[in-house]
Write a protein that binds this ligand. Structure first.
Ligand code: GLN
Length: 381
């Protein structure tokens, strides 16, 4: 009665943990969204278009002024040239951007290279679009295993999914690593689909590099980002895709019939977001850097083993030694008995490595993190 497609994936574990967290009144360090307010200026910029009656569809591929601002930002920040008329598509979050892109380029049986650990959505994205994922584990220190990467490419490889800064490991790909990936993409005629939703959240003066800015990748990159994380508006569901004209026209076709378009009034507010001064982004990093160090210390104190992430707002931690439970059982135990929700590591791995890990987010108010730290102190192993 149901399609075979849906047999290949389960419901989001991340969102399941949020529901479990609510049920047990736990502190939700599972789902990556802020529990603090969005910037005031943005909230006002979202309310007024509704009152001024911008309440009907925008152009399917995005309001013109937003596409123009996205194009300007892409040029200045990502060093990518994208014509707002033909190479920018506004979507319902980067989640839709990723799915629309995959549906636009994948034929049944094509292979897609995915680094492991990976963001939970990429598995279902592959299943729905008919792709066969080829997972390439990163080394323990998050560097690329070159041999494994090279051997993942073959005649069937159609695309490589990149996520930098990476969720859940916090890895930021360096320019040299991106060049290695680019060389392989060129050699095997592969498209890079790159999810850069955390592009402004990098620590210790790291710089974001978009693979689409490398000369050889200009016509074979689909660059995806959005407003959720940078501007703390995850519920608005506004993202976008930058891609060459031919790729964009295919992506726009899929996007049109999937969603018609992203919420029109919120697109107006996003134009305002792109006008924020440089200081906004500096403050954002400073804020998350403090939270990153705080949660890291609390996890170490509670017996977890982890490293400070280089970017994004998650810590992927090894379950403390002495715990006999696997990640699923331990995550449930933590919600019920400790009152802190995290995501079981197996959501991010095809291999068994994830069974020994939990992912925590620090995209929360300081008070929330302090209460989580207090509860974690009570973790008796
Ligand atoms: N990207 C966020 C996370 O990894 C939120 C996931 C979601 O629910 N869309 O937690």
């Amino acid at each position: 009665m149901l399609s075979r497609r849906v047999d290949h994936f389960v419901e989001s574990v991340i969102r399941d943990m949020t529901r479990l967290s609510l049920k047990h009144d736990a502190i939700n360090l599972a789902q990556g969204f802020p529990d603090f307010p969005a910037p005031d200026e943005l909230k006002r910029a979202a309310a007024s278009p509704i009152l001024e009656d911008y309440n009907q569809y925008s152009i399917t591929w995005g309001a013109k002024d937003l596409r123009e601002e996205v194009s300007r930002k892409a040029f200045e920040y990502n060093h990518i040239e994208a014509d707002p008329e033909t190479e920018v598509t506004v979507t319902c979050g980067s989640t839709e951007a990723m799915m629309a892109s995959m549906l636009a380029i994948i034929n049944e049986g094509d292979e897609v290279v995915v680094f492991e650990p990976f963001y939970e959505n990429y598995g279902p994205d592959a299943a729905v679009s008919g792709a066969i994922p080829r997972f390439v584990p990163l080394n323990d220190d998050s560097s690329i295993n070159e041999e494994a990467l090279v051997s993942a490419f073959n005649k069937k490889t159609r695309a490589l999914i990149l996520n930098t800064p990476n969720n859940p490991a916090g890895k930021v790909f360096t320019k040299d690593e991106l060049k290695l990936i680019a060389d392989l993409c060129v050699e095997h005629d592969v498209i890079a689909v790159t999810d850069e939703i955390y592009e402004y959240i990098l620590y210790d003066k790291r710089k974001h590099v978009s693979i689409g800015s490398l000369d050889e990748m200009k016509d074979r990159t689909i660059t995806i980002s959005g407003f959720s994380k940078t501007y703390s508006v995850t519920g608005w569901r506004i993202g976008y895709v930058l891609a060459g004209r031919t790729l964009t026209s295919a992506i726009r076709k899929v996007h049109d019939f999937l969603t018609v378009g992203a919420p029109a009034p919120l697109q107006h507010a996003c134009v305002r977001a792109l006008g924020f001064p440089d200081s906004y982004y500096g403050e954002l990093v400073k804020m998350y850097d403090g939270k990153r160090k705080y949660l890291y210390n609390a996890l170490i104190k509670a017996g977890f083993k982890c490293r400070l992430p280089e970017g994004a707002y998650y810590i992927l931690a090894d379950i403390p030694e002495g715990v006999e439970m696997d990640d699923m059982a331990f995550a449930r135990y933590m919600v019920r008995e400790v009152g802190v929700a995290a995501v079981p590591g197996s959501s991010f791995y095809r291999s068994g490595v994830g069974k020994h890990k939990l992912r925590f987010t620090f995209s929360k108010k300081d008070e929330t993190l302090q209460e989580a730290a207090r509860r974690l102190e009570g973790l008796s192993i």
